[in-house]
Write a protein that binds this ligand. Structure first.
Ligand code: HPA
Length: 269
């Protein structure tokens, strides 16, 4: 199945074509539940989509209205660790691009590699390190999407980042900046790996986002990304972190992040 065929299929069912897309990460799926739903598609009903198996991922695509704008939201994403091919992980991102989505907002839950980024902190991603040993653009280039060697400078849109920083300040929502390192998982990082990641410049570690951002930039979408710190990596402690802990910390910060993103959409929409 080609992403373009899926976009055509969706276009036939969508009452409005969105110019914004949001990918919601672990524990953040509920963020979109408060908005009026214009259309809803469980992933199993969408041609070309695989199934999400990650905990707390709802597995549906919804068109909602946020700040008066139609926004296509992925409630749950596909991870490389689930066993999918990179092309499957980024398939929905490419569908969004083919639909005409111009601004993509990516969220995730991440572990902290810096003591000052405590659980519950909202972090704007300023750059990333692809440590997944794979890239969604490997293979024949799809010239309809973008060029063979797309630039990864300014991949987190400087203008969108600046607007969000100003809005956060205005609304007294505390956010920080950080560099995200994407790993495959699903085993969590060892302490030695965490020490290495911190040393090479990463502030946050997680198992997503990097593939979607690369695919989105390849396709010319503007990307904004936020992590919610759900736990300290085991650079700081020996305790295993539970899925309950990760989801509880995500829920608290998700509310503030939701408020910020609403204002961002209202501002540039
Ligand atoms: N490591 C990797 N991925 C994660 C973590 C972590 O500590 N927390 C949430 N996602």
């Amino acid at each position: 199945m080609n992403y373009r065929d899926t976009a055509t299929w969706l276009k036939q069912q969508l009452p409005l074509i969105p110019s914004f897309g949001i990918i919601l990460g672990t524990g953040l799926g509920n963020m979109a539940d408060i908005y009026p739903v214009l259309a809803e598609f469980p992933y199993k009903d969408i041609p070309g989509f695989v199934q999400s198996t990650a905990p707390s991922h709802k597995g549906r695509l919804v068109l909602v209205e946020i700040s008066g704008e139609p926004v296509l939201v992925m409630q749950g994403r596909f991870h490389y660790y689930e066993g999918y091919k990179m092309s499957e992980v980024v398939f929905p991102t490419r569908v969004m691009a083919a639909l005409g989505v111009q601004a993509l907002i990516v969220t995730n839950a991440a572990g902290s590699l810096r003591e000052e980024l405590s659980p519950g902190t909202i972090v704007q991603i300023t750059d990333h390190i692809n440590f997944m040993g794979a890239n969604p653009l490997i293979g024949e280039n799809d010239d309809n999407l973008g060029e063979r060697f797309p630039s990864m400078n300014g991949q987190y849109d400087p203008e969108h980042r600046r607007i969000c920083d100003e809005l956060a300040k205005e609304m007294s929502i505390e956010t920080r900046h950080g560099i995200y390192i994407g790993v495959t998982g699903p085993s969590l990082e060892t302490r030695a790996e965490c020490a290495f990641f911190a040393q090479i410049g990463a502030d946050l570690v997680g198992m997503s986002t990097v593939p979607e951002v690369i695919a989105a930039r390849h396709a010319g979408m503007k990307v904004l990304a936020y992590s919610i710190v759900t736990n300290y990596s085991n650079l700081f402690h020996d305790l295993p972190h539970s899925q309950d802990e990760i989801q509880a910390n995500a829920a608290i910060a998700a509310k503030n992040l939701r408020t910020l993103l609403e204002r961002f959409i209202a501002t540039i929409g």
